[in-house]
Design a protein. Sequence first.
Length: 463
Amino acid sequence: MKREFGKQQPFIPLGPFQLRLPFIHYRFEPPDFIQGLLMCAVCLGVIPLLQEYLGMPFEIAITIVILNGFFYLWHAHLGDPVVPGWITPAIPLLLLWLKTFPEGVPRIHALIAFEFELGLFSFLLGATGMAKRFVDLVPDALKSGILLGAGIAAVRLVFQSGGRFDSYPWTITISIGFAFYILFSNHFKTLRSKSTLLKHISDLGLMPALVLAIIVAPLVKELPLPDIKWGFTVPQFTELFTQWTPFAERIGWPPISMYLDAAPLVFAVYIVLFGELIQAEALIDEAREHRHGDEDIHFNANRNNQIVGLRNMGMSMLGPDISMCGPMWAAMQVVECERYKHGPEAMDSLYGGVGSFRWGTFAGYFFSPIVTLVKPILPIALSLTMLVQGYVAVRVGILKAKTFNDLGVAGIIAAVLITREAAAAFGVGIVLCLLIYGKDFFRKWERYDKHKDPVFNKKIGQE
């Protein structure tokens, strides 16, 4: 089904959702599907955490990844043009909290209670329309600070002392340099326009960098050669449901006190999730402008929150997951938006791009050769994701600031976010915005005119 110029991609109305089916309501995009087959490496990276913190065997852990992969498909097919992923910056917060509970059933109860409560909170914000209002009411200075802080924190995760860069310096340096070149370099964009081969390489996003990592890591002796095995992954849904969920006799449902204990962490994690909502809106708005209005596509925070809520509640009951169900995989959303900017020939609709990519990752979980091929480079894949996410978060964060005051406030918020915690950064940002903007704190920030800002029009504005 073809859309008219400037209209929405065809869909079937489904309450608050827009149902789109592959090959019917959107064009299937082979480059994104192929990239997804290999990028499932990042999704598999949560398996060691499930084994370490919950004591799950590998077969159960990969079954949870597969179940989560099924829920990933919901976004593009229910009207949300994003590549969903983990709530990556909040994973350390969750791990620290889980460590306060004994291993075994109490720790699993804690995870079930937290994930269900986070899902319910997100769903209610989306269903009542508060999610979108929340995003609209937040000043650009606060949005900018959250994005800046998230970006710097992502880079810090790779380069901090004892981090992944110290373990794999040559592989990360070569791979991320290549990834940045083909994704963001003006020189490569010029070459791309003259070469069909380079165009296809560019369309594959992060995948060429991962292939390079598979080759480089053994050469520099930082990782072993992959031990490729043939066959298919057989998910263990019956064992997962009867041994590791609240429906299992040995697990059961968490007590009410566990939900109360989880409440502060739920609010803190939602602040991180909120930052991803801001980033998703900014990336999609930027991509739409590059297409000169040929597709009417917008990010709806309420719809996104409802889907995120359903995913988290579903996973809490069917397969508790430490990675959590987040609104966006920032690095891959960047790759999809960059491809989308190249026009309808490269990607007809953003729904087709993100949907095809997630079909690729879902298929990749089932192919043992793919799983075993990428298994050694899981730390590299996660590092590349963090660095690309950091690059874009900083870029978009700076562009979100409309005035010099915005940039100043954003810098303070970012510093507090990195050195303290998300809740503290959010509180500091609100206080600073009230002190600096006063009654303007409640204005419609998307229509704020920076030329009416007193600070902007003084000498600092001229400089």
